[in-house]
Write a protein that binds this ligand. Structure first.
Ligand code: 5RP
Length: 262
C-alpha cells in the first residue's frame, strides 16, 4: 500500500486497528435531524472519545472548525430526500478536487444492493475508488437499506460486504446482525458496524457493539444512538471502553452510569 493511503488509514483507526466513527451526515437526506440541528454543538462534547467524523462538505465547511477537527471521512453520495423519490437513487455529489481540498482522510459512499438502483450505486462505488485510488484516499462503502430495515440479516449483509470489497472499498460499513461473523469472515477488508434507529436502552447499544466486535468488526459508526441519547458523552465514553479498551458490557454500562449521574 502506498505511504499516503497507509497514513490516511492510520488517522481513522487507532494504533490498535480499531475505530469509533461519529456520523453527522444524516441531514443529507433527512434534513435537520433531532439533536443534530447544530452539528458543531452536537460534536463538541463527544469528539474526545471518537476517532473520526463522517459528514458532508456543507456541514464540514459551515459547522466544524478546520483547526480543531477530528479526522474526516467525507460523505460523497446523495441527491435524494425522505420526501422525494426512492432513497436508493443516489449520485456521487463531490468531486475529487473537493475531496482533496477538504483534506479528507477517507470518503464514504452508500450502495443499495437488491434495489432498482443497485447497478447505479455500485457504479458510484467503483467510480469513486477509481477517482480516489491514484491519490491514496481510502473509500468506505456503506451498506444502505433505505426504509427496508428487515434486510439487516447475515446472508444479505455478507453478500453486500463482499461485493463492496471486490469493487475496491478499503472499509465496509454494515449493520449488526445475528451471526455477525458470517459478514466479517467473508469480507477481506475491515468491517465497521452502523447504528440504525435509536435503541431503547444504552445497554442494548453496548450489547450489539460488543457482540459485533467479538465476531470480527473493527469498530463502529454510530450516530443517533450516541447523540440522541440522554447523556451523549457517557454513551461515547462507554463505547470507547468496548472498542478500544476491550471492556465487558457490564464494565462499560458502569462507566456510562457513573458518568451519567455526575
Ligand atoms: C446513513 C449513514 C449514516 O452515517 C449512519 O447510518 C447514521 O448513523 P446512525 O444510523 O447510527 O444514526 O451512513 O446511511
Amino acid at each position: 500500500m502506498d505511504w499516503g493511503k497507509k497514513n490516511r488509514l492510520s488517522q481513522v483507526f487507532g494504533a490498535d486497528g480499531k475505530c469509533f466513527y461519529l456520523p453527522i451526515d444524516h441531514g443529507y437526506f433527512l434534513g435537520p435531524t433531532k439533536k443534530l440541528e447544530k452539528p458543531g454543538e452536537t460534536v463538541a462534547p463527544i469528539k474526545q472519545y471518537c476517532d473520526a467524523i463522517f459528514a458532508t462538505r456543507g456541514i464540514i465547511r459551515n459547522c466544524i472548525d478546520p483547526e480543531d477537527s477530528l479526522p474526516l471521512i467525507l460523505r460523497v453520495s446523495g441527491g435524494t430526500s425522505v420526501v422525494g423519490g426512492p432513497l436508493t437513487n443516489e449520485l456521487l455529489t463531490t468531486s475529487i478536487d473537493e475531496i482533496i481540498r477538504l483534506n479528507a482522510q477517507a470518503v464514504g459512499v452508500s450502495c443499495f444492493v437488491g434495489t432498482e438502483h443497485e447497478k447505479q450505486t455500485l457504479g458510484n462505488l467503483a467510480e469513486l475508488v477509481n477517482l480516489c485510488e491514484p491519490y491514496g484516499i481510502p473509500v468506505m462503502a456503506v451498506t444502505a437499506v433505505g426504509k427496508e430495515l428487515e434486510k439487516r440479516e447475515a446472508r444479505f449483509l455478507a453478500l453486500c460486504a463482499r461485493i463492496f470489497a471486490e469493487l475496491g472499498a478499503s472499509v465496509v460499513k454494515t449493520y449488526w446482525c445475528e451471526e455477525f461473523e458470517k459478514v466479517t469472515e467473508g469480507c477481506p477488508v475491515p468491517v465497521v458496524i452502523a447504528g440504525g434507529p435509536k435503541c431503547d436502552t444504552v445497554r442494548e447499544v453496548l450489547e450489539f457493539v460488543h457482540d459485533g466486535m467479538q465476531r470480527g468488526a473493527v469498530g463502529v459508526n454510530l450516530g443517533r444512538n450516541v447523540w440522541q441519547a440522554e447523556n451523549p458523552p457517557a454513551v461515547a465514553r462507554a463505547l470507547k471502553a468496548i472498542i478500544h479498551e476491550n471492556l465487558s458490557i457490564d464494565e462499560a454500562v458502569k462507566i456510562h452510569d457513573e458518568m451519567a449521574v455526575k
